[in-house]
Design a protein around this ligand. Sequence first.
Ligand code: HEM
Length: 677
Amino acid sequence: MAPPHKRDNSAAVRGGTDTAIVIGVAAAAAGLIALIISLVAGGAVTAQVIPGLPDAGSLTRWGLPIAKTTMDFAGALTVGLLLLAAFLLPADKGVLGSAAVGYVRAASWSALVWAAAAAATLVFQLSDLLGLPPGEVLGDQLTSYAGSVRQGIGLMFVILLATAVALFGRTAASGAGAIGLLAAALAGVVPPALTGHSASSGAHELAVTGLALHVLAISVWVGGLAAVTFHGLRAKADHAAVAARRFSTAAVWAWAGVAIGGAASAISRLYQPADLFTTSYGLIMVAKTVLFVALGAIGWWHRRATVPRLEESGGRRLFVRLAGVEIVLMSVTMGLAGALSRTAPPPPLDGTVDPVAELLGFPMPPPMTAQTLLTLWRPDLFFILAVALLGGLYAAGVVRLIRRGDRWPWIRVAAWAAGLVSMAAVLLSGVSTYAMVLFSTHMVQHMILSMLTPILLVLGAPVTLALRALKPAKRRGDRGPREWLNAFLQSRFSRVVTHPAVATPLFVLSPYAVYFTPLFAALMNDHLGHLVMSVHFLLSGFLFYWIMVGVDPAPRKIPYLLRIVLLLVVMGVHAFFGITIMMQSAPLAMEYYGQFDVPWSDGVAEDQYAGGGVAWAIGELPTLLVMITLLYQWFGDEERTERRRERHSRRGGSDDADMDDYNAYLQELDRRSRQQN
Ligand code: HEM
């Protein structure tokens, strides 16, 4: 029988479903009205009749922003429902409760709406592009648009991922299943952000990552609040307070993500502050910012007043009321955002278009000097956030241990910090500017990212720190970050990727697969491609050195001798990689390097020859460092085993401690089997 105050609370939200419908309808209406007003005010739906150019017609002019905004809403709701099921509601040993399963099912319906809205957006987008009515673009044009044009491909990804969530959401009932669907849904909200205005604006590093972070954070914030509020309105809302409290923490991070992503998107599209007040694009953004601040204030009040009182009588009603207002305001902002994405951003100040700056995201840098390497920094938002998060979380873990009176070796802190400094040095400083125009500097960047940074990060023992610093879940059987990390370390996926037969080729053969195929030019030609390449080199290096010299608890322990052999193989294959580049008869990736001329360099071929030398030279030094570390660890291990043997034999055991242990284990097995018989 539920404790008395629970009964009171369910009474407080009588007619919960009606309230949910009212909030839903009010939010949809407010969002639509905001969209229509800002589209008209911004001139995005006024017919642009240019003599000789076809016009898609008003159905497309209105249909496109409405379909796109519906797609954003349905995507956010799908993410919110899956977030509630996978993380906000307590589970039992990875099995979802009945309410959570219900939300996975509900997500499969919203995913269906999402897929349909994305399909409509695809048709309207092509109709708008070709200036033809929607009915006339449904043939081959649509398939080729969906298969070969960036925006079309982006929307196809949304349709495929949303459909997958809709299908698998019909049957998924485990925590891991819900997390898999949530990951697919989060991946599904990003593609349009990578192919809209952000793809064509300058400062790619800010625009692309900024908008991706923006829409990801919005889907967690808006979708999560809608799902938690709906759960709070239900009469039988088990764990409503737990879900709201957990969401409240996630909402703080999401709010920060919306702010950082929104600001980065704004900076990469506006050329001067005046654009904010003199252009329709700027004014819509100002309106969004005002609403954003108001939403932040409401969120703060939730954390201070409503969430802490959720278990009190009437507490849920208070929370739901305020959340209802919040959801309506969020919808208005989403409506404004839909119009913003259809409103032309202000043009560049001098109106001239620099093709090199269009390609690189910045103008051709001057000749490389120590000073330009130290001053021409790249504001790559993805790596700024990565370094800040990795540094911040590690520091928080160490502080928690020290506060608890535990010790953490300073050498590990130093290794981790050095790893992050090397990461920032090659991904944010002038090195990353010149790495875009000079192959040799690119090779310095790549070698440090894949051969040096990972060794330092691995010696920081991040997994051990996380397992020691993270608190166990409050509820028995429930899974918090610590339990999920443990489950991940013991998963089949971890066992497979940490197998030397997987990690080694991934590490040592990737460069061959990238540089000696058209892949390299394709990745260099696209900001996202370049980002994925850097992340791949960093992660494959981390994985390889984690099984080589990692001090963390890994799924398997590889014998020292095998590690030494593997390292020698890697050294050889890597040296051969550098030499192969130097031996190239024709320069690599001319599809990329041929698009611009570096007036102060000796030429592409000479630069690539130098790049091959860099790969060969830089590659060997870290491997030597690892060899020394490995021998030191091996020696230390042998010593420890010896000491343990001595201790064992001093306690009257035989010389072979392992054998004794094994015999004790067999005896135990025998004792148990006798008991059973
Ligand atoms: C700090 C305040 C904010 C700023 C500066 C900001 C700025 C931006 C910018 C520049 C874009 C790109 C538009 C384009 O494609 O050109 C954008 C997109 C978007 N914003 Fe915001 N935003 C802010 C807050 C919000 C909030 C609070 C929400 C929702 C609750 C929101 C929802 C969206 C959505 C859904 C998009 C994607 C639109 C689309 O491409 O369909 N934004 N925002």
